[in-house]
Design a protein around this ligand. Sequence first.
Ligand code: PEP
Length: 248
Amino acid sequence: MRKPIIAGNWKMNKTISEGVDFVKQIKHLGDNTDVEVVVCVPFVSLESIKKELKGSNVKLGSQNIHWEENGAYTGEISPLMLKEIGIDYAIIGHSERRQYFAETDETVNKKVKTSLDHGINPIVCVGETLEERENNTAKEKVKVQITKALEGISEKEMSDIVLAYEPIWAIGTGKTASSEDANEMIAFIRDIVKEKYDEEISETVRIQYGGSVKPQNVTEIMNQPDIDGALVGGASLKKDDFTELVRF
Ligand code: PEP
């Protein structure tokens, strides 16, 4: 019932020409309509990659978005600019944005709202630190993040949102949460959604896992009942790895 979604997060990698060259090689992956395939690329590459993806079912996403349409926000990119390019998704609240660029649950919520208002589907990231996992406060942390991110979001809007559980200690470290632990947290997130909305919404919202997903562990992760996809950094940069991930 929930269509799997594999999204590559290129982070600050690949120049425009490298990115265009890469999507030339992977755009056929959209032919398999059982899986939704997304590439989230640097802002400067969005327009060229959008052109390269013409006729392909591979979707395009940004890695951030600003909550205002325009104004004195030096260095930021607005939803209107992204909408004009025709992107499908925006990653919001990635832990690297929270950690290095001081994003908060409040700014994440504003970005989720603006994204939805402009017809761009948010991929909303949450996840705990290693310390929080070790002192058993991971669920508390994730509950706060989810609750705040979804503040003021209507039932109808929930069908346009993708959630991503990304334990910070597993991102780019080679350490993966066990598929059972990842599933347990994702089932917990589904419960939070159920409490706030209803069972139907909790059963239809798509929730990805992210954190060192690679060809070697993707099948096990995707076999978990509550996990609907993967948000992938490192392994999304290589054609063969990304291809295997999409074929999980
Ligand atoms: C990410 O960037 O969201 C991520 C999960 O990175 P990696 O797959 O490299 O751990």
